[in-house]
Design a protein around this ligand. Sequence first.
Ligand code: PNS
Length: 160
Amino acid sequence: MRRAVCPGSYDPATNGHLDIIERAAQLFDEVVVAVLINKKKQGLFTIDERLAMLREVTEKLPNVRVDAWHGLLVDYCRQHDIKAIAKGLRSVSDFDYELQMAQMNRELSGVETLLMSNNPAYSFLSSSLVKEVATYGGDVSQMVPKVVHERLVAKLAERG
Ligand code: PNS
């Protein structure tokens, strides 16, 4: 069984994330979308909320499952016999950080990283920018799945 993990903060998932998950699902027998903690980022959604949204937007993909992990990504890969990490690359500015993480993860455990070029239609998209634009009332409905958009609007309204 060829397994890959698509790790990320997914706070929340965007159409760019979904594109990479769908494409990874065509390359591997099983893909785990894993919500991990990025210590550099402060979260808007709880881990459970992120998981629920990811489960809904990936439910039509039979070989994709969703999970959460508090710890090193390589430890998750070891425990679940995952040999590859699949991530999207939006731009050259992503590359330095992604390459550094790929090298660190390989050094720690031998796990390989597959950096997939993002659909250019989504190269400007990030969860952080989507949240910022939505906070000030901007229309992000075409940038995230419908269910994410609904929860985002509701979350921001409840925060005031
Ligand atoms: O969506 P993001 O925030 O760019 O994803 C980054 C993430 C969560 C994949 C990365 O921060 C991560 O792997 N965190 C888990 C802890 C870990 O393994 N850190 C060492 C990375 S080399």
